[in-house]
Design a protein around this ligand. Sequence first.
Ligand code: SF4
Length: 363
Amino acid sequence: MPQICPKLLADPGPAAEPFARETIRRLGQVRAQLGRRALILGHHYMSDAVIGWADAVGDSLALSRLAATQKEAEFIVFCGVHFMAETADILAGQGRRVILPDGGAGCPMADMAAPEQVEQCWQELARLGHGPIIPITYVNSSARLKAFCGRHGGAVCTSSNARAVLAWALGQGRRALFFPDQHLGRNTALALGLTPREIAMWRRDAAVLEGEAAQARVIVWDGFCPVHVEFGPADVARARARQAGVKVVVHPECPSQVVALADDSGSTEKIIGLVEAAPAGSAWAIGTEINLVRRLAARFADKTIFSLNESVAGCPDMAKISPTNLLASLEAILDGKPRGVVGVDEATARQAAVALERMFAVS
Ligand code: SF4
């Protein structure tokens, strides 16, 4: 479940700039005025300056569930990126509006699978006689792709439940088409016991299937997360040399060579759970977005926690959400002129909800 977050930043401290202090003061005021009319959700990759204002903090799955079940708020203010706000809008149902404080906060990985490209791939695979295929989309994708999966008997997955969803898909059809993240798709297929020869890759620009088509059981799209692909096998070796006994844990959006060398891999919620349960004095090198790693290091001062590669920058899209645009979003709600509303049309939302419900049923 998402963590309910204390308002850590209510007092910015004496070092804060006057501008920041004023923003924080206003945020406190506006937040109090809105009360339960607004629910602020914060993804783990948000900066500390934003996350302190979230009513609940979690990964995509946890926050999606909350959007689906928490019916009280009129507005869900999503401190995350566009696909998350779309997913919340699909699940929140009518009568509630989802706000993204910066409309430009997207996800480059999600953008690597355009619906037209996926349609083209789907038709080509059918023409080549590769069916029946079950499409699986990572939650990091547009609502239109979730709807595509809903229409074609497929499902959505997150990094928390990719294994269960892919196993379900392989139980339904001869093959699964997994998009947009090649690494999550490959890592999950390998974890299920498939061999590398049973995993092919669709090259979106060339529109060709790479690998042994006849053997393939999982076809992965060639998308990737620009942040997580920065972690490499050499980083694992460096972390082990730096700290004796360190446990290396990485997100499954990292390349499979890194996952194979790590001690464990999993979603942000799993990573947090591992660190929480670890004894004092243990050491962790973590391969995921830096804001989460820094927050864990601050929260568990009795453990040694560092990034698997400290030169890997945070996600630039997540960083677009700031106290300033969060404040502007809340003020706009208060003024009766909400801005940054993310809406999914009814037909798309209905089909996407089918794929999301299949995910909830399986996981
Ligand atoms: S961290 Fe990667 S997958 Fe997540 S929003 Fe940023 S680019 Fe997309």
